[in-house]
Design a protein around this ligand. Structure first.
Ligand code: GDP
Ligand code: MG
Length: 190
């Protein structure tokens, strides 16, 4: 799989705005700051396709990008940012759920977790939702450039156990900074 072309389509605030041309979708979810925008930019080899930010928690939109004029990458809002209000958190859940429930073109959901941290309760819920709605999860440990190989192995075990992944399920390793794990992830996605 080679990504030759990537274009922004829409920042949707409500489901009526989601594309309905039946092209397949791959969605990306994770805590804010997990490295989601960076990963989308790295995969598409574009610096600013998805906006990156060091002040997380700002986006409550579902962003659609069309890849190779053929399928969509869907950037879902990041969760778990400590400073947002209860109302905003519940709004987040509604946005994510209204997308995940019954999203016919959706095939796979890429769940990003920062390799340095144990997954939070939100990550665990997210993983369970993906499975509950019968989409295929792909778990990606991001920012692997930040810790040693030893630590990566240890942390991946913790991530797997905490999420409750099956022993056969694999975690992908990724670094946007060092451009690691691109081929492996693209292969897992298609
Ligand atoms: N060292 C390192 N930093 C990263 C990597 N990916 C993202 N970051 C940094 O982590 C922060 C959050 O990244 P962003 O992609 O905006 O996260 P998002 O909130 O999940 O979309 C930014 O400061 C990025 O530069 C990575 O692979 N390695
Ligand atoms: Mg982002």
């Amino acid at each position: 799989m080679e990504i030759k072309k990537a274009d922004f389509v829409i920042s949707a605030v409500k489901p009526e705005q989601y594309p309905d041309d039946k092209r397949l979708e791959i969605a990306f979810v994770g805590r804010s700051n997990a490295g989601k925008s960076s990963l989308i930019n790295t995969l598409t080899n574009r610096k600013k396709l998805a906006k990156t930010s060091s002040t997380p928690g700002k986006t409550r939109l579902v962003n659609f990008f069309i890849i190779n004029d053929d399928f969509y990458f869907v950037d879902l809002p990041g969760y778990g940012y400590a400073k947002v209000s209860k109302a905003e958190k519940s709004n987040w859940s509604k946005v994510i759920e209204s997308y995940l429930v019954d999203r016919e073109p959706l095939r796979k959901v890429v769940l990003l977790v920062d390799c340095r941290h144990k997954p939070t309760q939100d990550d665990v819920s997210m993983y369970k939702w993906i499975k509950h709605y019968s989409y295929e999860p792909i778990v990606v440990a991001t920012k692997i450039d930040k810790i040693s190989n030893n630590e990566i192995s240890k942390n991946l075990k913790v991530i797997k156990e905490t999420l409750g992944m099956d022993s056969g399920e694999k975690i992908m390793k990724f670094s946007s900074l060092k451009k690691r794990g691109i081929e492996e992830l693209l292969e897992a996605m298609f």
